[in-house]
Design a protein around this ligand. Structure first.
Ligand SMILES: [Zn+2]
Length: 223
């Protein structure tokens, strides 16, 4: 992709990977990130989705909020323009496997991580080193493979539980019930009820003075 696209990503280093502090590389983080400021990270899994991802991107833009998208290879390959939009609008992008399978062999896991990273790289020029294991399975071959590559893997500390409900108000309440600084919040940009809840969520977080940042920014101590 173009240099102009990459220049929008201040958190990238020379080879197109995210600048991640050493303590987060080659491991999975499952806890809140220590923060002295009211910052948190919204994360969206399983996309990109041609209907719901654009709704979420529009809302993030309206509220000047940044997020991290953990994309599936099988959806990314069909929506390169959405990968580009995610990057161009200043969000971070990570991978979440190709197929979202819970039972891959070691070899299949390696292939899926290679392929999904390559799909994102081809569309955006970002050689992402951010990863989230499907179902949060830290012992899966997918997660072990990501860690072996030195990628920074992240689970979540708050769940919107949008796979367990279709009610936007429930998603809103799950996300907005006493968030703390440094929280990593899980949602899914393939879910219409999450797209329906996102403006209310962003409006509330703004009202209670939280800034939504990408995971790489959340990890960077403020100067
Ligand atoms: Zn998932």
């Amino acid at each position: 992709m173009t240099t102009a696209l990459l220049l929008t990503q201040a958190l990238l280093i020379g080879n197109g990977t995210y600048n991640i502090p050493t303590g987060y590389k080659g491991k999975i983080t499952t806890h809140r990130i220590h923060q002295t400021e009211r910052k948190l990270a919204l994360t969206f899994d399983d996309g990109p989705d041609p209907i719901n991802t654009p709704i979420i991107l529009d809302a993030l833009k309206k509220y000047n909020a940044k997020a991290t998208f953990f994309v599936l290879g099988k959806n990314a390959i069909n929506n390169p323009h959405l990968l580009q939009r995610i990057v161009l609008e200043g969000h971070a992008i990570g991978t979440h496997s190709y197929s979202h399978s819970a039972s891959l062999s070691q070899e299949q896991a390696d292939r899926e991580n290679t392929l999904t990273q390559a799909i994102v790289f081809q569309a955006t020029g970002v050689k992402t080193n951010l990863f989230r294991p499907p179902y949060g399975l830290t012992r899966s071959y997918l997660n072990k493979n990501a860690i072996h590559r030195g990628w920074a893997a992240f689970n979540w500390t708050v769940s919107g539980a949008d796979t367990a409900t279709k009610n936007p108000d429930v998603v809103y309440k799950n996300v907005c019930f006493t968030p703390n600084p440094g929280e990593i919040i899980l949602m899914h940009d393939v879910k219409p009820h999450t797209a329906a809840a996102i403006e209310k969520i962003l409006n509330h977080l703004e009202e209670i003075k939280f800034k939504c940042v990408t995971i790489p920014e959340l990890l960077t101590p403020s100067s």
